[in-house]
Design a protein around this ligand. Structure first.
Ligand code: FE2
Length: 401
């Protein structure tokens, strides 16, 4: 698969060309001929929430996403509401139970708001499922067609950590707004004059939290079942503060369009942020979604004006002469970054700017990252300590530290 082929129709529609996408999410060239499980990109992040009507509103009003499709009682779906939202190439599907006996209501009782499905776009669903099954994966849905007047989507699904799944989707023969059963629908929220067209362009990575001792198992799962390769690992000093610790390894598909950091708690003097997640999510699950933006300053300003809360960064972070020496010249004056609490990291390939939100649901579980890459293919290793200290301050405020 050439890099050109990784650009799907959604990305073309979002006015992203390959150069922009490569910079935005750190794409690399790779030879797909030996790839047993070719993945071309993200299809959707499917959420289960306690109130899809209001969460869909939040993602439109605060995150600037656009409503494109809907399924619910009015379209014949007697089980749940589902709102399909877009921002550039990123697609979220927000689902919430309508029928009290819906399985989604049980899921929400166990886990709270969270991501149930990290759906991936693949050119050959059957080949992927056959390979996954041969490698011992749990197949949740055998490959099958969904068809309506807009064409046919082929899908299948495998299980990953916790109650999370990967649905594999080939929508190359489909022109509808999402999947058969969904009706096109548009936002009723007025965008103010001069508001940016979108606040982020793509999903960069989705992090999974797993139990102590399980990280290597899941790394091996992604290596063996999905042909993902290891990109980076962070252990020991990299990722510990004076009090709490975690370990992290990153796997990615061939061209790095899809990147999955996997965290497990490590033993520290106090409770790891990963333990807090596992306790409140009720097991392993998706921890944070990194959203790629080409204007993190504008995005943070817009989101903050709409009520999104970000973790704070102490002034000492910016005043540290070591930081200034390490990061060198970046596109904005450091005072501009400091005013917003945006973190900076540099590695051999370039630099990145990033910032993290507070958890966006009731439980201290899932949250978001905004990331603006300038050549760096990393994850902000130089910022881990500052980030974890910020999370510890939040944990302490919640009484979970
Ligand atoms: Fe991240």
């Amino acid at each position: 698969m050439s890099l050109e082929q990784t650009l799907n129709d959604e990305e073309r529609l979002a006015d992203l060309d390959l150069g922009q996408l490569r910079e935005l999410v750190g794409l690399v060239e790779y030879d797909a001929s030996g790839d047993p499980f070719p993945v071309s990109g993200w299809d959707a992040l499917v959420w289960v929430v306690g109130n899809a009507v209001q969460s869909a509103h939040f993602f439109q009003s605060a995150f600037g996403m656009e409503l494109v499709a809907y399924s619910g009682p009015e379209t014949g779906n007697r089980d749940h509401h589902a709102y399909v939202l877009r921002s550039g190439a990123a697609r979220f599907v927000i689902t919430g139970a309508y029928d009290p006996s819906s399985p989604l209501a049980d899921h929400h009782r166990r886990h709270g708001d969270g991501i149930v499905d990290i759906a991936l776009s693949v050119p050959d669903v059957d080949r992927c499922i056959a390979h996954a099954e041969a490698q011992g994966a749990t197949v949740l849905e055998r490959p099958h067609d969904l068809t309506d007047e807009h064409g046919t989507v082929r899908i299948g699904a495998i299980a990953t950590y916790g109650d999370t799944r990967h649905t594999l989707v080939d929508r190359s023969r489909y022109t509808g707004p999402y999947l058969p059963g969904f009706a096109a629908r548009t936002s009723t929220i007025e965008r103010g004059a001069g508001a940016p067209k979108r606040l982020f362009q793509a999903v960069d990575h989705v992090v999974g939290n797993v139990e102590l001792g399980a990280m290597d198992e899941w790394v091996a799962f992604y290596n063996r079942v999905m042909g993902f390769t290891n990109m980076a690992e962070f252990i020991g000093e990299d990722i510990a503060t004076d009090y709490s610790a975690l370990m992290s390894k990153v796997v990615a598909n061939g061209n790095h369009r899809v990147k999955f950091p996997l965290n497990e708690p490590a033993v520290g003097k106090k409770k790891s942020q990963i333990d807090e997640y596992l306790e409140f999510y009720g097991g392993p699950g998706a921890q944070h979604v990194a959203l790629a933006t080409n204007d993190i300053i504008g995005t943070v300003d817009a989101m903050r004006a709409r009520g999104v809360e970000f973790l704070s960064t102490p002034d000492s972070y910016y005043e540290d002469p070591e930081l200034r020496a390490r990061i060198g010249q970046v596109r904005a004056p450091i005072e501009e970054l400091q005013a917003r609490g945006i973190l900076v990291d540099r590695d051999e390939d370039g630099y990145l700017l990033q910032i993290f939100t507070r958890p966006t649901g009731d439980r201290p579980t899932v949250f978001f990252e905004l990331i603006e890459r300038h050549g760096s293919l990393g994850f902000g290793k130089g910022n881990f300590k500052a980030l974890f200290e910020a999370i510890e301050r939040e944990q302490a405020r919640r009484g979970n530290f």
